[in-house]
Design a protein around this ligand. Structure first.
Ligand code: GRF
Length: 203
């Protein structure tokens, strides 16, 4: 199966996916990387790996609808089996999400449904939580609210800062995302009506 990765920033998750997809027997192929920020390091990583890239700069568009329309046009050119959001920091319109229903994954740095949105590490520390982590989920119209496929835990240490915590969460992201993407590519996970199906059974 073919994969387009969308990123906005450093692209460390993209790198983990590139590295995994280069391993023998990995079931998916990254055919393009798309980005909404012209200078993002993710683009460099893709170029290094000889993966085609495209940029749809949100600043060039007057509305979310127009931006999503342009992004959609690029994606249609590649017509991927799967879209992987890897630190893609734009909220997508309902129309866009519906067009790729069941074919789009996101990684979010919290144990969803806790802490949707931004600044999760800081909020976890402020709340005094002992446990934090990362979730991979199907993208639906609800922001960070689609059915969760898999999660990995990260224990919070007493002396953690948002930065030290983020670092340990990211390590888990880089392990978890390639695994979940491989499950999708093997046809093992599907978005059901309200939940995830794993080998045809509700998770
Ligand atoms: C990750 O922490 C991811 O969970 C969040 O954005 C960050 C992206 O990092 N959605 P990177 O660009 O993959 O390094």
């Amino acid at each position: 199966p073919s994969i387009v990765v969308l990123a906005s920033g450093s692209g460390s998750n993209l790198q983990a996916l590139i590295d995994a997809s280069r391993e023998r027997d990995y079931p998916g192929e990254i055919i393009a990387v798309g980005c909404n920020k012209p200078g993002a390091f993710a683009l460099e990583r893709a170029a290094q790996a000889n993966i085609p890239t495209f940029v749809v700069n949100h600043k060039d568009y007057g509305s979310r609808e127009e931006f999503d329309g342009a992004l959609m046009a690029e994606l249609r050119r590649y017509n991927p089996d799967l879209i992987v959001l890897a630190g893609f920091m734009r909220i997508l319109t309902d129309d866009f999400v519906q067009a790729f229903r069941g074919k789009m994954l996101n990684i979010h740095p919290s144990l969803l449904p806790a802490y949707t949105g931004l600044n999760t590490h800081q909020r976890v520390l402020e709340a005094g939580d002992k446990l934090h982590g990362v979730s991979v989920h199907f993208v639906t119209e609800e922001l960070d609210g689609g059915p969760v496929i898999a999660q990995a835990d990260v224990k919070v240490k007493p002396d953690d800062t948002p930065e030290t915590l983020a670092e340990r969460v990211q390590k888990k992201e880089h392990l978890l995302y390639p695994i979940v993407v491989s499950w999708f590519c093997e046809g093992r996970i599907q978005l059901g009506a309200h939940s995830v199906l794993f080998d045809g059974e509700p998770l």
